[in-house]
Write a protein that binds this ligand. Structure first.
Ligand SMILES: [Zn+2]
Length: 156
């Protein structure tokens, strides 16, 4: 409950304005300390051009969007983040038509994105806490599976 910090649109754009930023963010979210290969537990890895993380030992590839509502979509992550931002700002709900023009996608895509976000929101209907950064994170990006709500480790 302590985190009641809203982020502004500008801040959202500064933090999630590029695919790289979004991916870095998701990477940190899934592996707060460092990447660990789900197959062989090696830590060596590299990030491929398509954003997949490849294990340096067994070459297994992992997606940073695995386990999130963004998994396997062709929609740029920046648009997802933006859409989530807008949804989190307006609890009464942004419409697919509004979203379409706001993030610049087709109606079909907007509808899909919105449906996935709402689905994620529905899973925590009891709280309606979608305005805080923590909620923003946990709802849409899947919170840490262990030790929920650890302090936000900002880069230092
Ligand atoms: Zn591996």
């Amino acid at each position: 409950m302590a985190t009641e910090k809203r982020i502004s649109l500008v801040e959202c754009q500064e933090r999630f304005g590029t695919e790289q930023q979004c991916r870095d963010y998701l990477l940190k979210k899934s592996w707060p300390s460092s990447f660990v290969c789900p197959k062989c537990a090696a830590k060596q890895h590299c990030v491929l051009a398509n954003g997949m993380i490849q294990c340096g030992t067994c070459r297994h590839q992992t997606s940073v969007t695995a386990g999130t509502i963004m998994h396997r979509t062709h929609v740029p992550l920046t648009k997802w983040f933006l859409a989530m931002y807008f949804v989190s700002q307006d609890k009464r709900g942004i419409s697919a038509v509004q979203l379409k023009s706001t993030i610049g996608v087709t109606y079909k895509t907007a509808w899909y994105v919105l449906a996935r976000i709402r689905e994620a929101m529905g899973q925590r209907d009891d709280t309606h806490q979608l305005n805080g950064v923590v909620e923003f994170d946990d709802t849409f990006f899947g919170g840490p599976t262990v030790g929920k709500k650890r302090g936000r480790g900002t880069e230092k």
